[in-house]
Design a protein around this ligand. Sequence first.
Ligand SMILES: Nc1ncnc2c1ncn2[C@@H]1O[C@H](COP(=O)(O)OP(=O)(O)OP(=O)(O)O)[C@@H](O)[C@H]1O
Ligand SMILES: [Mg+2]
Length: 278
Amino acid sequence: MTPAQTLAAAPREDQFEPTVYHEQKSAQGSALDIRDFNLWYGAKQALHDNTLDMQKGMVTALIGPSGCGKSTLLRSLNRMNDLVDGLRISGQVLVDGFDIYGPGVDVIALRKRMGMVFQKPNPFAMSIYDNVTYPLRVDGITKKSILDDTVERALRAAALWDEAKDRLKDSALGMSGGQQQRLCIARAVASDPEVLLMDEPCSALDPIATAKIENLITELRGQYTIVIVTHSMSQAARVSDNTAFMYLGHIVEYGATETVFTNPKVVRTNDYVTGRFG
Ligand SMILES: Nc1ncnc2c1ncn2[C@@H]1O[C@H](COP(=O)(O)OP(=O)(O)OP(=O)(O)O)[C@@H](O)[C@H]1O
Ligand SMILES: [Mg+2]
């Protein structure tokens, strides 16, 4: 082959085959169906024809190199991108079959169904108790017994009750980073969401705090549909049922996590999970 032919034969970075699917299905069906979803920031297209579903009660990991669109896709699931200037989308995101970008959608109500946990713990500058009850108080719930019950339920769900029960009136800002992140998960859980969206929830944490969050994700699995963005392949492998590998805004492969990491169906996925690029 001449050098010119070699060049012509090499796949271009922006040429993509259709997504390869081999995801595990939940007996309960899908919680989120993303269909032909495209997103542009101004003139720049950040997501291309993303089609995948997140199964109820399962953990779905989004992986891929920096800038591939993981956070953009995650934020599209509860319309956190709405306020970005020049944002345009096409396609659908269905929650229980209902298009969240359709007319007349109550975005505040939607966000309550889709709790979000960010990269950096973001507790409010108030007590632990007030952090957890914040979503209820915003809804006008003031009855002490309801608030007390919610605090215990949410802190237990976030594996934080034992550490926090004797300091509920203390400022949340006095907690360790790992405790703050579990508090943010408790706050997300307090409004009884169906889906938990997590964008690199452990990237600001040490290994012990990370292990606690990973255990927590495993415990919350089943009860909630969880979508987690992570740069750690070992984390994705440990906590998720299905993994989507994204590259330049495309879903390259979406499948059972074990297969994605041990026997991927697409060369580009294999190159990424074996550390050839990233
Ligand atoms: N608010 C924004 N306005 C314009 N462009 C944006 C905005 N947010 C993200 N982008 C661009 O969209 C693309 C996808 O970004 P995104 O943050 O979703 O990537 P990511 O996979 O989460 O990356 P990382 O792993 O670094 O967090 C990038 O090219 C980024 O520069
Ligand atoms: Mg990101």
